[in-house]
Unconditional design. Structure first.
Length: 106
């Protein structure tokens, strides 16, 4: 039985497939963003300002990770009561785009 404290119970990146809406932290503040994930884990993130980032989610040693055209880092998918929030955090804190949080579009 899975522990409820795990940040993700993801067995396969195809579980991320679909559309997500959220916010990306930037030096200037936050940008509204849309994340579209394919069944193979590849994704495209588009901000309201027109920035496009492409990348891929993958599982490594049971942890959800990502590699994009701009950064690499970790992602978490905590299960909340009534919503699913995907948090993406770059490994390099010096990069001008920081943490992003997306909520699955129903």
């Amino acid at each position: 039985m899975e522990s409820p404290k795990r940040s993700t119970s993801l067995a396969d990146v195809k579980e991320l497939a679909g559309s997500w809406q959220g916010w990306v932290a930037r030096e200037e503040g936050q940008d509204r963003a849309t994340l579209i994930v394919s069944t193979d884990g590849s994704y495209r993130a588009l901000t309201a300002r027109g920035a496009i980032t492409e990348g891929k989610f993958y599982l490594q040693d049971g942890q959800l990770r990502y590699r994009s055209s701009r950064t690499t880092g970790a992602a978490t998918l905590p299960e909340d009561q009534d919503k699913t929030v995907l948090t993406v955090m770059p490994a390099d804190p010096k990069y001008h785009t920081g943490r992003a949080e997306y909520e699955r579009v129903k």
